[in-house]
Design a protein around this ligand. Structure first.
Ligand SMILES: C[S@@+](CC[C@H](N)C(=O)[O-])C[C@H]1O[C@@H](n2cnc3c(N)ncnc32)[C@H](O)[C@@H]1O
Length: 245
């Protein structure tokens, strides 16, 4: 079968990594797992062994046909529910754990879609650089709008870096397994205002923070960060100052 890189079709074949993903997700038979991008079902097999029900969303018709054959027994028992379509468009079923080796080209949109839902735990394979942006704090070169926005919804940790040799075909980039807990790290009253502030700040990283705020008409105590660059402003300060917008 031909795999399309543009669809992020890199199949995880390293069994040790697959087992660890399941362990990180702390699965039990009472769990309902959502997996986006089931591909050839390698991860799906592991998820089915350890959870009560798996909901899979897959866009590629060829994989959907393959999955229907491979898991016909589990489908007949309603232990595997396969949804054919684009995970950014189809309605998501109710689940309490999200475990996926996702297509990297939709990482950001998919993560924010996930964060709109109620869940207990998520274990997600991302491109390494994206994972670093998710967990970054002020002062780090990976710190940006995504790092702060995500903290308004959850706490993220990188569990391990995964080499290209764990996949077929091999991606050109390294990957990282990230665990997300739905526990906000910063208190935000209005996420849209925070987003507005972050877009203004990180569209001009060389600008001093005081100037960014004045350009938005914010008249607030900037807590001594007037002359700092946006990448040095802590997430908590962005959250507080977004209330002045
Ligand atoms: C990185 S592969 C993961 C395959 C498999 N889960 C594994 O771990 O080996 C990504 C999968 O997502 C599918 N995919 C790509 N874009 C998608 C989308 N928008 N919605 C649902 N599935 C998508 C691809 O067809 C591919 O099967």
């Amino acid at each position: 079968m031909k795999f399309y890189r543009r669809e992020g079709q890199h199949i995880l074949v390293d069994r040790r990594v697959l087992s660890r993903i399941v362990r990180y997700a702390e699965l039990s038979k009472s769990d309902a797992v959502l997996e986006v991008g089931c591909g050839t079902g390698n991860l799906t097999s592991y998820l089915l062994k350890s959870s009560g029900v798996v909901y899979g969303i897959e866009k590629d018709r060829r994989f959907v046909d393959l999955l229907k054959k491979k898991f016909s027994h589990e489908i007949s028992e309603n232990r595997f529910v396969l949804i054919e379509g684009d995970a950014l468009r189809v309605e998501w079923p109710e689940f309490n754990k999200f475990v996926s080796n996702i297509p990297y080209n939709i990482s950001s949109e998919l993560t924010f879609r996930l964060l709109e839902h109620k869940f207990d735990l998520a274990v997600v394979m991302y491109q390494k650089e994206f994972a670093e942006r998710l967990v970054a704090r002020e002062g780090s070169k990976s710190y940006g709008r995504l790092s702060v926005m995500v903290k308004a919804f959850c706490r993220a940790e990188i569990l391990e870096i995964v080499r290209p040799s764990a996949f077929r075909p091999r991606p050109k980039v390294e990957s990282a397994i990230v665990r997300l807990y739905p526990e906000p790290e910063i208190a935000v009253r209005d996420v849209e205002k925070l987003d507005l502030l972050l877009r203004a700040a990180f569209s001009s990283r060389r600008k001093k923070f005081g100037k960014v705020l004045r350009s938005l008409g914010v008249d607030c105590d900037v807590e001594g960060y007037e002359d700092e660059r946006p990448e040095n402003i802590p997430p908590e300060v962005y959250a507080r100052l977004s209330e002045c917008l």
